[in-house]
Ligand binder design. Structure first.
Ligand SMILES: Nc1ncnc2c1ncn2[C@@H]1O[C@H](COP(=O)(O)OP(=O)(O)O)[C@@H](O)[C@H]1O
Ligand SMILES: [Mg+2]
Length: 310
């Protein structure tokens, strides 16, 4: 046996030994390929989906995750406003028209990958939504999380996201009509097979006119992953063309996005006292300035009162 072959064999043996000692090495790689694809969905527009998509993506990055954010609201794309970006050479519209490969339409935004949608009306012509799932599967290989910002409601655009994702995060305000939308969407989602579903309540004011977390969970049969309070910094950050998490990382809403990301990544995150104080102060406000409208703390009462909608 010549010296070169002997050298090769030694390397091979070393590799085998190393893999034997580190059995998770190969397993880890295979698992990493399967990104968690989360669709950010809602019954109606304006509840905060795009805000959640952008800030959750950035919060996941803070937990050292590889994140891809996709604007799937093709008719009214908004993510670029929240990121403060523009002038793209390629978009998801080009991908869905088979003009370019999905990877060449990805942009790096401060450590996350971003696939924008075109704001030009004419770029809607010729797109094939049916191809979305196929293109998306390519993105899964290089990410821990793929976050899809969906169009609202149950139209064609929203449905293709619901079909393509593996998990659904319903964004809703804590009010009866929006919660009934979640129940309706959940019914529709059944046709797309088994998906992990949870709720994020947004623009929460902790007022008595709002449904409480336990009531929402009982009415929908889904867990509430987190609550993001109503925070004027959200709107300000958009005007300043920065995502909230970068513009005001210590704001109440940012902290709650971090908290939700920590739950998704199963990483520790200590909630600053500020959040606990805020909730306490809202409780004091409710006590000192009672609102004549008070939603019941009992899901059965709510069902009885709004029976026709559930
Ligand atoms: N937690 C929040 N506090 C205050 N304003 C918010 C919050 N979340 C979203 N908003 C505001 O609500 C509006 C709609 O949000 P957006 O994320 O665009 O909703 P959607 O994508 O569901 O249509 C925006 O003006 C945004 O600034
Ligand atoms: Mg939106």
């Amino acid at each position: 046996m010549n010296a070169l072959k002997l050298f090769d064999l030694t390397i091979l043996e070393k590799c085998k030994l190393y893999l034997k000692e580190n059995p998770n090495l190969l397993k880890g790689k295979a698992e990493r390929k399967m990104a968690r694809v989360i669709g950010i969905v809602s019954g109606k527009g304006g509840v905060g989906k795009s805000t959640v998509a952008v800030n959750l993506a950035l919060a996941l990055k803070e937990f050292k995750k590889n994140v891809t954010l996709v604007d799937c609201n093709l008719s009214t794309p908004h993510l670029s406003y929240y990121l403060g970006t523009s002038d793209y050479t390629g978009t998801i519209n080009d991908v869905l028209r088979d003009k370019i490969d999905v990877h060449s339409a990805l942009y790096n935004y401060n450590g996350i990958k971003y696939l924008p949608a075109s704001a030009k009306f004419e770029d809607l012509i010729g797109i094939e939504l049916a191809k979305f799932k196929k293109h998306l599967s390519k993105l899964e290989k290089n990410a821990d999380f793929v976050i899809l910002d969906a169009a609202p409601g149950l139209g064609k655009e929203a449905l293709f996201v619901m079909d393509a994702c593996k998990e659904i995060l319903f964004v809703t305000s804590p009010h009866v009509p929006m919660i009934s939308d979640v129940v309706r969407c959940k019914e529709v989602l059944r046709q797309f097979g088994e998906k992990k579903m949870s709720i994020l309540t947004n623009m929460v004011t902790y007022g008595t006119q709002e449904l409480k977390k336990n009531v929402i969970e009982e009415l929908t049969g889904l867990p509430v992953l987190g609550e993001v309070p109503h925070d004027s910094n959200v709107m300000q950050s958009m005007i300043m063309k920065y995502p909230l998490l970068e513009y005001k990382p210590n704001s109440l809403a940012s902290i709650n996005f971090m908290r939700i990301a920590s739950l998704l990544t199963e990483k520790d995150y200590e909630i600053p006292m500020k959040v606990k104080w805020h909730k306490l102060m809202m409780g004091v406000r409710n006590f000192l300035m009672p609102n004549e409208i008070k939603m019941s703390d009992n899901a059965e009462d709510v069902k009885r009162e709004f029976l026709s909608n559930f």
